[in-house]
Design a protein around this ligand. Structure first.
Ligand SMILES: *[C@@H]1O[C@H](CO)[C@@H](O)[C@H](O)[C@H]1NC(C)=O
Ligand SMILES: *[C@@H]1O[C@H](CO)[C@@H](O)[C@H](O)[C@H]1NC(C)=O
Length: 523
């Protein structure tokens, strides 16, 4: 009898991954329909407006070359035209958004808006959206739970309040998986949100409704929250930008029931956009006042003088091997930044990356929220009873939620070992990046899978969640489409408080590689 050694296993396992991946791609593709469908294009007149960035729109409104009403109405109509297929909206589009826009236009006409007011309102008249789990006063706040179908938020989350104060107009709230805890966007209340590049594919999660709306031109920009990739996974799947700020830079009050006073948490809220140029101005609105000096978002960054690194994979045997198109992409990025900086982008490694799954699972147990209670909307659920009901087709929850209930019953991670592993990994990252280093890291070994694929293979999200464990800023950057027409992307990482490095490298990547690509065919 041949006993498989560790080294034969490590050569066989990648093949098993590839075979299972191809098998799922084939079977799910067949079950979900043979054809790839995408949203209809906007009409010619509106296309230009709908594909203009948020900062540009704000400028055009300020210079009175565009009316806020025209902008908000165009996005409103776009939602009405494509949401039936995307299924990304929970509440909205709001009629009050049109009234607000009209009121702004009137004040402009009467000359009531002063320079001083414009300074404090950089997004005056520009529509935005947020995920349902982030509170918007008076609007539905369901978190995807059937038991909360009529619940409304009593006030605005801090990030929503700040956005409104900057003059932006809330247009709608978007779909999430139950209490945000899954890497697809599906629940028993709203259903499943579809990827604008192929309706059969996953938008990712949990800010999946946001990403679908932004990519399909249904909103000028959006707000995401990210505890294990929730901003970046959907941004990646839907081909847009998403920034996970340094932990603590943005107040979390009103996001998924947070008070904003939690310490040492992995979660962070940030902007999701079609254009890199919108990220810094939105971040400036969102950050806490005491963070302005630390983040120095306006300080120019000389890309020539940064040090660049890349890590080709995380060595987790549970993850798919990195695809060949993804490897090629990393190669092109490295070649470009070697050229930009005049010195080689260095091949790097970090200790314990192959423990990402365990580290994230442990640190999730250190978060204040109790998933079971959140899911039960206050009541404690019995995982086995819920599974039993699910099998009988009588559950209020998705299979993904039941996985998470059962996961909580599995043995806990070894506290001491995980804390040590995390500390080593973080120390290595900090000493590598310092105050002037950038790390390029794959977003995922493969592009957006079909719906349900993550129920069978879900560990690939470790490529995102490692940076929640390490609490560093990361920008998810769209990088064109793969041979199937699905968005590719890359993560740009810096050390704490160095968000501006990621955000400026994101701009350079957009300039060089094209950034967001329309999911529809232009007329
Ligand atoms: C390197 O940069 C120069 C100009 O700065 C440009 O002409 C050249 O095409 C670049 N090479 C690559 C491989 O990107
Ligand atoms: C991670 O990699 C190290 C070094 O290759 C190895 O000793 C260890 O067993 C791996 N751990 C896991 C959880 O795969």
């Amino acid at each position: 009898m041949v006993v498989p050694t560790k080294s034969t296993l490590s050569t066989v396992i990648p093949f098993i991954h590839i075979i299972l991946d191809r098998f799922l791609e084939f079977v799910l593709g067949w079950l979900l329909g043979v054809f790839r469908c995408v949203p209809v294009p906007p009409n010619k007149k509106q296309e230009e407006l709908l594909s203009t960035g948020a900062v540009q729109l704000a400028r055009l409104i300020r210079e009175r070359k565009l009316k806020s009403y025209e902008v908000v109405k165009a996005y409103y109509d776009r939602i009405v035209a494509v949401n039936r297929e995307l299924n990304a909206i929970v509440d909205g589009p709001f009629l009050e958004a049109l009234d607000e826009a009209r009121a702004i236009d009137e004040r402009f006409e009467k000359g009531e808006i002063t320079e001083a007011e414009l300074k404090t309102k950089p997004f005056l008249g520009v529509p935005f959206t947020t995920k349902d789990s982030t509170e918007v006063a008076g609007k539905l706040h369901t978190l995807g739970l059937v038991s909360r179908r009529n619940e409304r938020a009593s006030k605005d989350a801090e990030c929503v309040r700040l956005m409104k104060e900057s003059g932006a107009i809330i247009l709608a709230t978007s779909n999430v998986p139950e209490v945000n805890k899954w890497i697809e966007t599906r629940n028993m209340l709203i259903g499943q949100t579809n990827n604008p590049y192929d309706y059969r594919r996953s938008v990712g999660g949990s800010s999946g409704g946001e990403a679908a709306l932004i990519s399909a031109c249904c909103t000028a920009f959006g707000l995401g929250t990210d505890i294990g990739g929730s901003t970046r996974i959907p941004a990646f799947n839907c081909g847009i930008f998403g920034h996970k700020p340094t932990t603590g830079a943005v107040n979390m009050r009103g996001c998924t029931f947070r008070s904003g006073d939690e310490e040492n948490t992995m979660v962070s809220a940030g902007p999701m956009t079609r254009y890199a140029d919108d990220l810094i101005p939105i971040m400036k609105v969102l950050i806490e006042p005491n963070m302005e000096k630390k983040l120095r978002l306006d300080e120019p960054v000389d890309l020539k003088n940064l040090r660049y690194f890349y890590i080709p994979c995380n060595n987790m045997i549970q993850c798919n091997p990195i695809g060949s198109e993804e490897q090629m992409l990393m190669f092109k990025v490295c070649r470009h930044f070697t050229n930009v900086s005049g010195s080689e982008v260095k091949l790097a490694t970090l200790p314990n990356l192959n423990m990402t799954g365990k580290m994230w699972r442990y640190w999730m147990t250190q978060e204040p929220a109790n998933f079971n209670k959140l899911l039960g909307n206050g009541a404690t659920l019995n995982p086995f009873f819920e599974l039993f009901k699910k099998l009988l087709g009588r559950s209020e929850f998705t299979m993904a939620a039941i996985y998470s209930l059962i996961d909580a019953l599995l043995p806990e991670e070894k506290e001491q070992q995980i804390r040590e592993a995390t500390r080593h990994c973080k120390e290595a990252l900090i000493s590598m990046l310092g105050e002037d280093g950038i790390l390029f890291f794959h977003s995922s070994p493969r592009t957006a899978p079909f719906h349900y694929y993550p129920l069978i293979k879900f560990t690939d999200f470790s490529y995102f969640s490692i940076f929640n464990v390490l609490q560093v800023p990361v920008t998810q950057v769209p990088m064109g489409l793969d041979s199937r027409g699905i968005p590719m992307g890359i993560q740009v990482v810096a050390s704490e408080m160095n968000d501006r490095l990621c955000l400026n490298v994101a701009k350079e990547l957009e300039r060089t590689f094209g950034g967001w690509v329309r999911p529809y065919k232009s007329q």
